[in-house]
Design a protein around this ligand. Sequence first.
Ligand code: CA
Length: 362
Amino acid sequence: MKRRAFVTGLAAASVAGCGKTGEQPSAASSDTRSFNWKMVTTWPPGFPGLGTGASDLGAMIESASGGRIKVQVYGAGELVPAFEVFDAVSRGTAQIGHGAGYYWKGKAEAAQLFSATPFGMNAQERNAWMFYGDGENLWREVYEPFNLYPVAAGNTGVQMGGWFNKEINSLEDLQSLKMRIPGLGGEVLKRAGGTPVNLPGGEIFTALQTGSIDATEWVGPYNDLAFGLHQAAKYYYYPGWHEPGTCLELIFNKDALDELPDDLRAIALMACRTANENMLAEFTARNQRALMTLVNEHGVELRKFPDDVLGRLKELSREVLQDIVDRDPVARKVYASQRAFQEQVERWHDVSEFAYYQARRL
Ligand code: CA
């Protein structure tokens, strides 16, 4: 019963999203057209978790549609470079693209708020904002001028703080540090006196190993181990204050999505919802084992950022966000929605998640 209500709700939501409110989706379509889609991604081909999450999503769309939507998945650089995914899908070179909103801040400043907000919501809270707050609707408003329709399609959970070749004991230790850290986290590092660099995943290891960057963050133990980042840096810091529950996106070319019959549209959107849940489950399942491998087999020094460093980074994050909302009215609207949602959900999580984590440790 619950499952059916969920599926019906999703199908109805997808139809409403198409601007056809009130029209009932048909159970089986008489429209037998088939579609050949390309998916471009910002991830190295087949990269664990992110790349495989994207290709699993493509396979899911294909199988759930009975092969009526065929999806050819291209990793970064195979059809277009990582940071051209947004443009490629916007102009229809590919019908769909998998990536993260903070890569597109040059297109729309508000885009980065849909992937991660420093000291913002975690995965569970962000999903709640996306699906039961204004998140997804605001996101679609922001991407609409680019002929794109974004959908949440993966979440990393709380990330790690990053890889360093020296200890971070004070905010001063971040000064003059050249670090790969995208989005708003990068802006915060800049305010702390560092130099943020935005590199796609596939270029991080070499940049760190050759010394063209001093430090980097990527995702979490499972992904960072796969890149071998421990071979180029000694200290592994937590928590990932800058990415507390990063939402990955599937962006649809709007024309391609609107061309689909209702049943295929519902299938494509439901596959994204499934991918969104799957990826978080996979990271949750695999991160700790990878972390143990890093520490026990590779001698990585695990460190927590000192509280006063985190406190200062939080203050700087507020300043960065304030600047953005002051200069960008769209970002102002999105951030106001996030803040209001976070304040109420945080209070709930104080008496539920947080209290339970503490109780579990008694
Ligand atoms: Ca990251």
